[in-house]
Write a protein of this length. Structure first.
Length: 336
């Protein structure tokens, strides 16, 4: 018996030390599992629009989910063939769902043309295509709004336009008033607006922090908006030279607030997976490995979230952190 146990323990140790968890393929287009959305995206990639149409019909006026679905299906069209989307429009010319995905696809395509590099590493031709498509998206966003009055989702798409085209602070405030009148605690709206107020885009570290703190303070428990100050902190420190200090008392307070909010959220909230990724990363950085592992177990196999989306090797970055988390969680348990 002992002769069998020792080799097995040695193999387990080597796997945990040198292996990369999880072993399965990583989906870099979603933050977490969503079977209906995954089926619709696969069908769209194969040229079929009907599953996407049914997805929106089932979603109704769940604005959070409608926003996520429009964003992800728009990215499918922007990154590949959009023939399925054109076929959808031809089959249902006045369908507000198709119009919404068209608007998101145009905005997503603009950002695909620009690329993810900083301005000094982006060519003039990339900027030209980026601005051309964002300017053209105004008509698509307007049409989506006209076909579904009261839907904040097209205005959430316009937040990406505001950032890219450089809306003035007054223009941004006016847009924000429109959105919050329709959906005062919308998650994607808040995370997108926060990006506008960061120093790397149209604001500053202070403006981003103030926006995040104000939004979190006015949000109901379980809205997930308590994560905004944590995102603002990360955005203001991610480019600091040397090692970023994750273990200070300020970060502890921010992490604990976001954890408590996530615990109160609806388990089916469509954006909870994104929050789990960021919480898992911060918990890992703070040495709370068992708590980090608990968050990562919900999202294993998916990497479209902060902080991984900022990495040039997204799947490898996630898997490296995930592996260390799993290994160190065992040590934490033995010591605890």
């Amino acid at each position: 018996m002992t002769l069998l146990v020792l080799p097995c323990l040695l193999l387990l140790w080597c796997w945990l030390k040198y292996g990369l968890l999880p072993l399965r393929w990583q989906n870099s287009y979603l933050a977490g599992p969503d079977a209906p959305l995954q089926r619709a995206c696969r069908a769209a990639a194969r040229g079929r629009w009907e599953p996407a149409a049914r997805l929106f019909e089932d979603t109704g006026q769940d604005w959070e989910r409608r926003s996520l679905y429009a964003q992800r299906l728009g990215e499918v069209a922007a990154r590949g063939s959009d023939r399925w989307l054109k076929a959808w429009e031809e089959a249902r010319p006045e369908d507000p769902d198709a119009a919404l995905v068209v608007a998101r696809a145009r905005v997503s395509y603009a950002w695909e043309l620009r690329g993810g590099a900083r301005a000094h590493s982006t060519s003039q031709s990339q900027f030209d295509g980026f601005h051309r498509e964002l300017l053209a998206s105004q008509d698509d966003i307007g049409r989506a709004l006209a076909l579904c009055p009261g839907d904040p989702t097209p205005l959430v798409a316009e937040l990406w336009r505001a950032r890219g085209l450089g809306y003035s602070h007054q223009e941004m405030d006016a847009l924000w008033s429109q959105i919050t009148a329709l959906a005062p605690h919308h998650f994607e709206a808040h995370t997108s607006a926060l990006q506008y107020w960061t120093a790397k885009w149209r604001g500053s570290h202070q403006l981003a922090r103030e926006f995040a703190e104000r939004s979190a303070a006015g949000a109901p428990p379980g809205s997930l908006l308590a994560v905004l100050p944590l995102i603002a902190w990360y955005e203001s420190h991610m480019d600091e030279p040397g090692r970023v200090e994750f273990c200070g008392s300020e970060v502890r307070v921010l992490v604990d607030a976001a954890l408590a909010d996530a615990a109160l959220a609806d388990p089916d909230h469509p954006r909870l997976a994104e929050v789990r990724h960021l919480l898992g990363y911060f918990l890992y950085q703070r040495g709370r490995y068992r708590a980090a592992r608990k968050q990562f177990r919900h999202v294993d196999g998916f990497t479209e979230a902060l902080p991984w989306r900022y990495s040039p090797v997204t799947p490898l970055h996630y898997r490296a952190v995930r592996t260390k988390t799993g290994r160190r969680a065992l040590t934490e348990r033995r010591m605890g």
